[in-house]
Design a protein around this ligand. Structure first.
Ligand code: NAI
Ligand code: MG
Length: 354
């Protein structure tokens, strides 16, 4: 299979972990006989420095012409004081919007050898394997008006806006993902108080008959938040709107013990998908070879699976990561008292070998 992959390393450790993912993908392409061409582009702070904008046209063009996009992370103290149009994060937001990446997938997999590092009890998290599917381009974060109102501007309004179409496409995605996983979908809403949630429920009911083999239920978001801590193993795929998904996915992420372990994907209806670690550019450890590359490497496995339909190749990466962890290799963020700490490149080499 021949594919073009846009690589946007970004800033800080983004650049370090992007190199790790490329070198792992090269091993995969050799082993399985694929041809991956990597095209690099600037985004974030480095793009501001070079072109005066966080998302140069050239980068957007490379992304549009590619089959998938790998992104490291953006941002850093150097650009913190910039006006909003010249902030590194603006590059990422514009990219998501330009490519209509409405479905954000965040898998939370607790590897047995790391379950001790979780903030929750070992028995509760060991074996957790769930995915949160968050609507990313609508809802409260994009509703207008969003402003101070009234004569004295001492009242506020935010608007939660969704169209039926927007709900349909994310719910459909949730069912599709559940179907290729353990066939269980939990739709999360607040239908006891929100009209948007009542429409959300209707849409789930309308789409469900298309997936007779998928078992599904509805949960209120407060209950879902509680159940994620009490018994996370009951979940397979959770589909929800933007705000609820933002909060639940951060909550769920703490089960893995480190930000350095969490991959993500953002998908559109038919254009290239964007794959990136959940973590940021980690300026505190940038340039020191300490970054955990596994979140980025696991993001590239998601790319193989969801954009290229290469499940076997994706599993090869995931098992390699699992084996390396089982052997006790740790970067500093996931280190415990009885494992030697290795660097970003050493971890990458271990995964490639595995
Ligand atoms: P961060 O995720 O960069 O770092 C939080 C903490 O986790 C730090 O102590 C860092 O050292 C550690 N950490 C993160 N990833 C790690 C890894 N792979 N291996 C080992 N340790 C890791 O979040 P923070 O500090 O809030 O933000 C730093 C910069 O990154 C800011 O400029 C922020 O705007 C940006 N950011 C960018 C994101 C993106 O590009 N998607 C997401 C979040 C933050
Ligand atoms: Mg968040």
């Amino acid at each position: 299979m021949k594919k073009q992959i846009a690589v946007l390393p970004g800033d800080g450790i983004g650049a370090e972990v992007a190199e790790s993912a490329i070198s792992v993908l090269k091993v995969v392409s050799e082993k399985f006989g694929h041809e991956f061409e990597f095209k690099k582009g600037l985004i974030g702070g480095c793009a501001i420095d070079e072109y005066g904008t966080p998302l140069p046209d050239e980068t957007l063009t490379i992304c549009r012409e590619s089959d998938a996009i790998l992104l490291g992370a953006v941002g850093g103290p150097k650009w913190d004081g910039n006006p909003s149009e010249l902030r590194p994060e603006k590059g990422l937001l514009t990219l998501r919007k330009s490519l209509d990446l409405f479905a954000n997938l965040r898998p939370v997999t607790v590897f047995e050898s790391l379950a001790e590092a979780s903030t929750l009890k070992f028995e509760v998290v060991n074996g957790v394997d769930l995915m949160i599917v968050r609507e990313l381009t609508g809802g409260l974060y994009f509703g207008r008006p969003s402003e101070r109102i009234g004569e004295n501007k001492d009242a506020v309004v935010d608007t939660l806006h969704y169209t039926r179409k927007e709900i349909e496409r994310i719910v459909q995605k949730g069912f599709e993902l559940a179907q290729v996983r353990r066939k269980k979908l939990t739709s999360v809403d607040k239908a006891n108080v929100l009209e948007s949630s009542r429409m959300w429920r209707e849409v789930v009911e309308e789409i469900a008959p298309k997936f007779p083999d998928v078992e599904y239920d509805h949960r209120l978001v407060d209950d879902a938040a509680m159940q994620l801590i009490r018994n996370p193993k009951q979940f397979d795929v959770i589909v929800t709107e933007n705000l609820f998904g933002d909060i639940l996915s951060d909550e769920a992420s703490m089960m893995t013990g480190s930000l350095g372990m969490l991959p993500s994907a953002s998908l559109s209806a038919d254009g290239p998908g964007l794959y990136e670690p959940v973590h940021g550019s980690a300026p505190d450890i940038a340039g020191q070879g300490k970054a955990n590359p596994l979140a980025m490497i696991l993001s590239s496995a998601m790319m193989l699976k969801y954009s290229f339909n290469l499940s076997e190749e994706a599993s090869a990466i995931e098992s390699a990561v699992q084996n390396v962890l089982n052997e006790g290799y740790r970067t500093q963020d996931i280190a415990d008292s009885h494992s030697p700490v290795i660097s970003t490149t050493e971890m990458t080499e271990k995964v490639k070998a595995a």
